[in-house]
Write a protein that binds this ligand. Structure first.
Ligand SMILES: [Zn+2]
Length: 80
């Protein structure tokens, strides 16, 4: 996360926004979990396990629907 989602200040990796003092640890944890799930979905897809890949992606997108997760979803969704 490069900018504070509340005030758009640059974060430079900080977990507390220096401008509005928003605590962003839980937001960053959710984004990390979502990235991990997308990685696992790519791995399952590489093994040909489309169903597991879709399950992981659905959970990832419920947490945080990144453009990467949505793009991968479009790939696996047409493989039914
Ligand atoms: Zn802020």
């Amino acid at each position: 996360m490069e900018r504070c989602p509340l005030c758009r200040a640059m974060l430079n990796g900080a977990e507390t926004c220096r401008r509005c003092k928003a605590e962003l640890q839980s937001v960053q944890r959710i984004k990390r979990e979502s990235r991990t799930l997308v990685g696992a979905a790519i791995y399952r897809l590489s093994l040909g396990d489309v169903a597991a890949s879709k399950r992981l992606l659905r959970i990832a997108m419920n947490l945080h629907a990144t453009p990467e997760a949505r793009a991968l979803w479009r790939v696996v969704a047409v493989r039914d």
